[in-house]
Design a binder for this molecule. Structure first.
Ligand code: ASP
Length: 591
């Protein structure tokens, strides 16, 4: 080894030791006589001190520049009290080198590595290997490693097998677009990269393994949005002979452990609250509410049933509803803030945002004059508004109320500083509908995946009212983001065929796309279920980052390209020929 000690591990107790170090010049300060170099390796930094007495060594120290690679042999010395650096883990010692070899030189990096700098992301990604040298960047990647290690240990201790599944497969049904890989040996045929190992993990259960997991890469060719990436990593897990509660309990124990071990924040509530989908939609307008704060919706339709105020009356007559959010102590919100919230509500489809500020005997409200005293008293009663509180109201079709008022609540959460980074609010959401209607295609579609089981007591409704059938699905939400989900699966061919036919598949299409599962279900498939838990999102939550690229060693840009390797890239004609592919010259598609 070129080194026998890690820079960042040296402490006062090491004083007097001779050590061999190797690493990068993190910072160099030339004080005329003394030259100080902070040497950095993967463990951290230690200070080297070169004094002019050793002319040859001093000359080397004079010549080196940041990011040069050095090997140093030297003695660990205690620093005098006056020069101890309490901000540095190794700040009580320094190294007096006896030998120093330049292992490699370096060009001046295109951005600072030794100080947190606001560097253009494109540039950071193009030189990712330099960006990774920045301690604040590498620390996150190391944290990710530790979390994954924790997950592996936890599951292996509980009898799970880590099993790899192939990545050149046939299309999997997660509802996104597939990435396709053309086959050379079978021209005109394609592999798909897995959107998840869903089918394969079910086959592992049918194969008798009972407990499987994998840290699996999943590919979904979606138009990239903030924090959606083409390839993501999930903890993919499946268990036989389980019910919903068994999988949820396991994941809850794992995530509680992870949050306690690695999270900066405190878990808001254990056991994690379990919420019903309908209840979530009713109280928060969304199926993944951020429970770090309240601002719940209140249905105020009852006292307004006979209102003469056209906006309210019209909404109710048209089958809509009226909901409110009470904001404590905010009756005096500025006009500007109210206008901003109104725009946000409109973004969700609402025609406007009504409000009533309860300020003493005065009402601050442009709509109060259209309401009777009883109606106002009814609103106040239901929302529990006290003096000084503000009440925001949206009246419209239920989906519009949900969307608009959720957007208002979310914005208030930000503006009022209610999204405490030190709180980790987990909740389970259950009770999702199994199917949702696609009006454009005139068919039902799975809300999650087509293998999710349904509540036995709803079996009869598959024929009469499929939209009311509830899935055996559970999603885990953390601070308003879905961090994973799964279900207990269908385990008989008859049930699977039933659900797929509701989704509009003909027998032939079914056999073509899902034949392997359908056939396997006939050979003694056990009742089973599992989850897919997003690793990227989990790490983001642990470090309080909103940028998915912070938690991936080699991420793509938000537009889905890779500036480091230059991918995607054109290929030679010869390669295309081998694959039997010809490109269409179409300027509109940029080819
Ligand atoms: N296959 C699902 C997903 O990738 C997870 C699961 O149901 O286990 O989202």
């Amino acid at each position: 080894m070129l080194k026998d000690t890690n820079c960042g591990e040296l402490r006062l107790a090491d004083a007097g030791r001779t050590v061999r170090l190797a690493g990068w010049v993190h910072r160099r300060r030339d004080h005329g006589g003394l030259i100080f170099i902070d040497l950095r390796d993967s463990s951290g930094l230690v200070q080297l001190v070169f004094n002019p007495d050793n002319a040859a060594l001093h000359e080397v120290a004079h010549r080196v520049r940041t990011e040069w690679v050095l090997q140093v042999e030297g003695v660990v010395a205690a620093r005098d009290a006056a020069t101890v650096n309490p901000n540095m883990a190794t700040g009580e010692v320094e190294i007096i080198p006896g030998a120093c070899t330049v292992l490699n030189e370096a060009l001046t990096p295109p951005f600072y590595i030794n100080e947190p700098a606001d560097v253009d992301e494109q540039l950071r990604l193009k030189y990712r290997y330099l960006d990774l040298r920045r301690p604040e960047v590498s620390e996150v990647i190391k944290l990710r490693h530790e979390v994954v290690w924790y997950i592996r240990t936890f599951l292996v201790e509980r009898g799970f097998y880590e099993i790899e599944t192939p990545t050149l497969i046939k299309s999997t049904p997660e509802g996104a677009r597939d990435f396709l890989v053309p086959s050379r040996t079978k021209p005109g045929h394609f592999f798909a990269l897995p959107q998840s190992p869903q089918i394969l993990k079910q086959l592992l259960m049918y194969g008798g393994f009972e407990k499987y997991f994998q840290i699996a890469r999943c590919y979904r060719d979606e138009d990239t949005r903030a924090n959606r990436v083409a390839e993501h990593t999930q903890l993919d897990l499946e268990m036989s002979f389980v019910e919903e509660g068994d999988v949820m309990a396991l994941i809850e124990e794992l995530y509680t452990g992870i949050a306690r071990t690695f999270g900066k924040g405190k878990i808001a509530q254990t056991p994690f609250p379990r919420m019903d989908y309908e209840d979530c939609m009713d109280r928060y307008g969304i199926d993944r509410p951020d429970l770090r704060y309240g601002l719940e919706f209140v249905n105020i339709a009852a006292p307004l049933a006979g209102s003469g105020f056209q906006v309210f009356a019209g909404a109710l007559q048209g089958g809509g509803n009226i909901k409110a959010i009470r904001v404590p102590g905010k009756a005096d919100m500025t006009r500007r803030e109210i206008d901003e919230l109104t725009e946000i509500a409109k973004g969700g489809g609402a025609k406007g945002l009504a409000y009533i500020g309860f300020a003493g005997s005065e009402l601050r409200s442009p709509i109060a004059k259209f309401l009777t005293a009883d109606e106002i008293a009814g609103i106040r009663d239901l929302t529990g508004a006290a003096d000084g509180d503000m009440v925001f109201i949206v009246a419209d079709q239920p989906e519009v109320v949900a969307r608009s008022l959720h957007a208002v609540r979310d914005t208030l959460g930000d503006r009022l500083g209610l999204k405490d980074e030190n709180v980790l609010a987990f909740e389970w959401v259950e009770g999702f509908p199994l199917l949702e209607w696609r009006p454009d295609e005139e068919r039902w579609d799975a809300t999650h995946n087509p293998f999710s089981g349904f509540k036995e007591e709803h079996r009869g409704m598959l024929d009469t009212d499929p939209g009311k059938v509830v899935a055996r699905q559970y999603d885990l939400v953390l601070n308003g983001s879905e961090v994973g989900g799964g279900s207990v699966r269908i385990h008989t061919r008859a049930d699977q065929v039933k659900v797929l036919s509701l989704m509009g598949y003909t027998d032939e299409e079914m056999q073509d796309r899902f034949g392997v599962v359908l056939d396997a279900l006939e050979y003694g498939a056990p009742p089973e279920g599992g989850v897919g838990m997003g690793i990227d999102r989990l790490i983001m939550s642990l470090i309080g980052s909103e940028n998915i690229r912070d938690v991936i060693a080699f991420p793509k840009t938000s537009a889905g390209s890779d500036p480091l390797m230059g991918a995607p890239a054109p290929v030679d004609k010869a390669q295309l020929d081998e694959l039997g592919l010809r490109l269409i010259e179409d300027p509109a598609r940029g080819s």
